[in-house]
Design a protein around this ligand. Structure first.
Ligand SMILES: [Fe+2]
Ligand SMILES: [Fe+2]
Length: 389
């Protein structure tokens, strides 16, 4: 286990989680990394750490450069256990190290998770001299926890951005120039759409601050490090944090006996015929986090479920719950579905989407048992008509 040099005296000493496939319901098909960074200065400094079960990997990478007991400064940009899980193990190896975290939330969260121990409070804008370098701390509350902050090393021009600009992307490569750029940007978008999106206003404020720093490297706490493609990642965050929308539609459904499926196909065809790119997702066979990535910059959403007993099919209920958590903005929606009797699912979907603040594109579409060709034609016509307005 070796450290990976990213600047003269700055090393990546993180851990690669090749087998991670879910992160709180977010499907991480490419695994992830937890990035920790070691700075060799008068005060040896470690920025963030890794999940508890990968602590030995981090420790071995640190030991390839320096005896871990020599660490004097441990910066905790964010207390979530994927970046703080090895903190107690580290303090055992480096008992004289001081831990720095944002005040009040970073301290409160670390003490709540790991018990009481001394933590140096860091206010927004505080600086810490570690020798040749002065580290500057910038609070980034709710990007994506209340304690989140980023650390800037002006000498090396590195922004240690923690979760911002991250991607769940396990790879043996560390630099953006060493991997397929489209894949890295897709994973950055997926990360944003499934973690950061509810806090887009806060992320936009952070981005505005980041632009004034003159960073040459953005070193997040997950995935590859940005250097040669700063323009692209900052451009992506510019785009996502301002909630820009494409003429694009997403149709999500679950079906019992294919009637709701036929309606979903009719809606998909209607968007296509209106010249709007559209993707149809069977919620049972698609990860919700992939649907959310598509939805982050879409203008239109259609959600359909057959009625089962007096409600909707549970995969659609799960999708709506996830949608409410992520809360992408400015969607125009369609609720649809088939039913035998009752038909409550369509009403429930319609009410839920309305309560999320979305605008109804057409009145809810209900079909009793089986849609006839004429019903499907009518669905298409009503959508095409609404899209003209
Ligand atoms: Fe986090
Ligand atoms: Fe994280």
């Amino acid at each position: 286990m070796q450290a990976y040099q990213i600047r003269n005296e700055v090393y990546w000493v993180g851990a690669i989680d090749w087998s991670l496939r879910t992160f709180h319901g977010y499907a991480t098909e490419r695994g992830s990394t937890y990035n920790a960074y070691l700075i060799i200065d008068e005060k040896i400094t470690l920025i963030d750490n890794v999940k508890e079960h990968l602590g030995d990997e981090m420790m071995a990478r640190i030991a390839s450069i320096i005896d871990p007991s020599k660490i004097e400064v441990i910066i905790s940009n964010h207390g979530e256990p994927d970046h703080s899980g090895s903190l107690l193990a580290l303090l055992k190896k480096a008992p004289h190290a001081k831990v720095y975290a944002s005040t009040p939330n970073g301290i409160r969260i670390l003490n709540a998770i790991y018990g009481e121990f001394p933590i140096v409070p860091v206010k927004n804008g505080d600086e810490l001299n570690i020798g040749k370098r002065t580290l500057k701390f910038i609070h980034a509350p709710m990007v994506h926890w209340p304690d989140s902050m980023v650390t800037y090393d002006a000498l090396d021009r590195i922004l240690f951005s923690n979760d911002a600009f991250g991607q769940h992307f396990a790879t043996s490569k560390r630099w953006d120039s060493e991997v397929d750029l489209a894949t890295a940007l897709f994973e950055a978008k997926k990360y944003y759409a499934n973690i950061v999106i509810p806090y887009s206003a806060q992320a936009n404020r952070l981005l505005t601050g980041v632009k004034t720093l003159g960073a040459e490297i953005i070193a997040p706490s997950h995935g590859i490090i940005w250097k040669d493609h700063l323009t692209e990642i900052v451009g992506l965050y510019d785009y996502l944090t301002t909630s820009q929308k494409q003429e694009k539609a997403v149709v999500v459904y679950d079906t019992m006996w294919e009637s709701t499926f036929k309606m979903a196909v009719a809606l998909t065809e209607a968007f296509k015929d209106a010249g709007i790119p559209v993707t149809l997702y069977d919620v049972k066979t698609t990860e919700i986090s992939d649907i959310m990535t598509d939805l982050a910059d879409a203008k239109y959403l259609a959600v359909g479920s057959s009625t089962i007993s007096n409600g909707m099919l549970s995969p659609i209920a799960g999708f709506l719950n996830y949608l409410r958590e992520m809360a992408p903005t400015q969607l125009r929606y369609i609720a649809f579905g088939s039913y035998g009797w009752g038909g409550q699912s369509i009403q429930m979907i319609d009410e839920q989407l309305e309560s999320m603040g979305y605008e109804r594109l057409v009145p809810k579409i209900r079909i009793n048992f089986v849609p006839r060709p004429n019903d499907l034609l009518q669905i298409r016509e009503s959508v095409l008509e609404a899209l003209k307005k």
